[in-house]
Design a protein around this ligand. Structure first.
Ligand code: GSH
Length: 210
């Protein structure tokens, strides 16, 4: 155990699979604490102490608990600066990093949910995301600028956006714009994809049938 060991509370086929992938991209040491959501592990008191929302991903590092995809990506990137995947404060890319880490949870998730549920669209001036179309256009516009979210450099922003765009496109929650599809394919071709997938397959294979 080192002072940088982290534990990911994880369930395969959920948003925490994105953090598993991020850890594999970073290539850093970590432990997995697997929760079986079907068995309700995430609503048991010992887990609710860590995350009262009863949700994964949840990350523990010493006494520190971090939840929310964007926060976890930034926390891990800052904890492991030698990976070069997290522009530090003072780096010209830091602003873009923060912007895109926050944009996902603040804009994409609510915009997608509103659209998928056919909820009446709020007045654009009152919705943090403006409109679904504006949100999608912002993402597509960003991806036109380079192979990765911050341009030429692969960063923890991609560790968040890669998994997110992969499942959003797979579930038809975002349009299959060429820029998004090409990004998802680029992300899937990285070596960490197979490593993360194999870990989840092994977890699921060990699980008794429901
Ligand atoms: N805002 C959270 C969302 C986490 C979340 O909704 N996780 C889902 C899995 S994809 C979950 O734990 N659902 C179980 C439940 O709420 O019962 C984040 O960014 O991490």
């Amino acid at each position: 155990m080192t002072d940088r060991d982290v534990t990911l509370f994880h369930a395969p086929r959920t948003r925490s699979a994105g953090v598993l992938r991020l850890l594999e991209e970073l290539g850093v040491p970590y432990r997995l604490h697997v929760l079986d959501l079907a068995a309700g592990d995430h609503k048991k008191p010992d887990f609710l102490v860590l995350n009262p929302m009863g949700k994964v991903p949840t990350l523990r590092h010493g006494e520190t608990i971090v939840t929310e995809l964007g926060a976890i990506a930034l926390y891990l990137g800052d904890l492991f600066p030698e990976t070069g995947q997290c522009p530090p404060p003072g780096d010209p890319l830091r602003g873009a990093l923060l912007r895109w880490l926050f944009f996902y949870g603040n804009c994409v998730e609510p915009a997608v949910l509103q659209k998928a549920m056919n909820w009446e669209a709020p007045k654009p001036s009152m919705a943090g995301y403006g409109t679904y179309d504006d949100t999608v256009a912002a993402v597509v516009g960003r991806l036109r600028e380079g192979p990765w979210f911050l341009g030429e450099r692969f960063t923890v922003a991609d560790g968040l956006w890669g998994p997110a765009l992969s499942w959003l496109v797979a579930f038809d929650l975002l349009p299959k714009a060429p820029e998004i599809v090409a990004y998802v394919e680029r992300f899937a071709a990285r070596p960490a994809a197979a490593r993360a997938a194999a870990i989840d397959e092994e977890i699921l294979a060990r699980r008794p049938p429901a």
